[in-house]
Design a protein around this ligand. Sequence first.
Ligand SMILES: [Zn+2]
Length: 256
Amino acid sequence: MSFIDTHCHLNLDTFTDRIDAVLEAAAQVGVKRVICIGIDIPTSERAVELAEKYPQIYAAAGIHPNDCVQPGIPDNWEQIINDMLNHPKVVAVGETGLDYYWDDAPPEQQKKFLQAHLELAKSGDLPIVLHNRDSDTDMVELLTNHPHARGVLHCWSAPWTIAQPLLEKGYHISFTGSVTFKKNTMVQDVAQQMPLDRLMVETDSPFLTPAPFRGKKPNEPKYIPTIAQFIADLRGLPVEDLAGTTTRTAEKLFRL
Ligand SMILES: [Zn+2]
């Protein structure tokens, strides 16, 4: 059985000096490849560096909606990210998106950055990795009105009525350990009824450790089988089947 952690942040300081151990622990439970996601310019560069060093790591380059405030981000950020997209191990643009939960960046600025990322993904012919928190309506409007339709809504946290138009548009959905939290029936409902061939799994580590390991920090790619088992049980499938479908879906979307 083998898995891909489609969204983790081994490029953050939490993991400095521990990458080998983290990858080894993941491989032991079948998590053989991971996609390391940038949240700003330095972490995107670090993701590319890790992807160059480790065959099992792939990278995504982008600026997180909570980080899209200048002057932290240089004026020529689009050019810098675009240059990274030419690297053979950069498999996606992101993460980008909208986050109205935190007040870090004004919504108009977030939308501007998301539009720019969509253009980069379209011109680079790459999938886009999207973050969406408390911004469902704007997210659906923006994505359904844009010609780019290849990518994933990561760490799904919205009801089925929001999933529907995005799936129809062609997007994928991936689930973190938050799907395992007892009261999260809204997310469990989407994991249960969405088309299996658009579903992927991720840890978003070091954040969001799944139940029953919730108190343990930081989260790591080795917890992917726990998330997969939970979703397999929801759908009445053997976990081996879910491992197979989610891996094939990720290989196809990110062209691994
Ligand atoms: Zn993330």
